[in-house]
Design a protein around this ligand. Structure first.
Ligand code: DGL
Length: 276
């Protein structure tokens, strides 16, 4: 536990995508403090062999927990969640929450039974997507698009680089042509692109991400161990992120970007492995 009575959560991603999840956690539990850890030295995880993703997740998270003991860990990365969760759960007693593309709620929401699944090329290929679709969306047409550009465009937003709208329009053209009324954002970077995605796909009625479901799960877990999600002795709500740790350089513009998401960081550390 971080401060007397207050909880602290470690949020992990390969880059800045996990900030979309951190924003949902903060909105649901404004007095819970967070440590944000990004393995941006190895970004994107979709290009890494599974064994590398597993090894990096485990070693970085173990080191972060030594420095910042936490009450729960959120793997705010679909790519890492698909391969690393069992290894992380074997490594630590701290509860680990992973992210799963919101196929089930999308199937419950769609009106025309035509769903788009937008994810990284690595995630759309994973067999667990077949399982999710078979289990929860067997009565739907599910169009999958795995595109390498979207995570890069989301990372560019931090540096103030505008999203190339025409390229994004082209990236999701299959979803437009299929007439999907619901899109699953199967990568935590994508909620950061939502305004642009809405411009590309104006016909879509429902946008499904996993952030709110993760926040509910974390609140439930903390309640199980009787940890407070309310204000502790030290109110961290002014700087909800006690530390933002980057394995590579801290992205230019990150402080302002996080503040724009109501995630003001107390401290930012780039090349954290060399400094921890
Ligand atoms: N935010 C990660 C995810 O949800 C990005 C993927 C990557 O690093 O390849 O999958």
């Amino acid at each position: 536990m971080s401060e007397a009575g207050a909880s602290r959560i470690l949020i992990f991603d390969s880059g800045v995508g996990g900030l979309s999840v951190a924003a949902c956690v903060h909105e649901a539990m404004p007095h819970v403090s967070m440590v944000y850890l990004a393995d941006n030295a190895a970004f994107p995880y979709g290009d890494q062999p599974e064994s590398v993703v597993i090894e990096r997740c485990c070693s970085l998270i173990a080191r972060a927990l030594e420095q910042y003991p936490c009450d729960a860990i959120v793997i705010a990365c679909n790519t890492a969640s698909t391969v690393a969760l069992p290894h992380l759960r074997a490594m630590t007693e701290v509860p680990v929450v992973g992210v799963v593309p919101a196929v089930k709620p999308a199937a419950a929401q769609t009106l025309n039974h035509c769903i788009g699944l937008l994810a990284t090329p690595a995630t759309v290929r994973r067999p667990y997507i077949d399982q999710l679709v078979g289990e929860f969306a067997a009565d739907c047409q599910v169009e999958r698009v795995g595109h390498p550009g979207l995570v890069q465009w989301a990372e560019g937003l931090v540096r103030g680089v505008p999203v190339p709208q025409a390229e994004l329009d082209l990236a999701v053209v299959e979803l437009r042509d299929a007439g999907v009324d619901t899109v699953v954002l199967g990568c935590t970077h994508y909620p950061l692109l939502l305004d642009n995605l809405k411009r590309s796909l104006p016909g879509v009625k429902f946008w499904m991400d996993s952030g709110e479901a993760i926040a509910r799960r974390v609140a439930w877990l903390l309640a199980q161990v009787h940890l407070s999600v309310n204000v502790g002795e030290h109110d961290m709500s002014c700087t909800p992120v006690v530390a933002a740790l980057f394995s590579g350089s801290a992205p230019e513009g990150i402080a302002g970007f996080m503040t724009g998401l109501a995630l003001q960081p107390h401290a930012i550390t780039g090349n954290w492995l060399g400094k921890s």
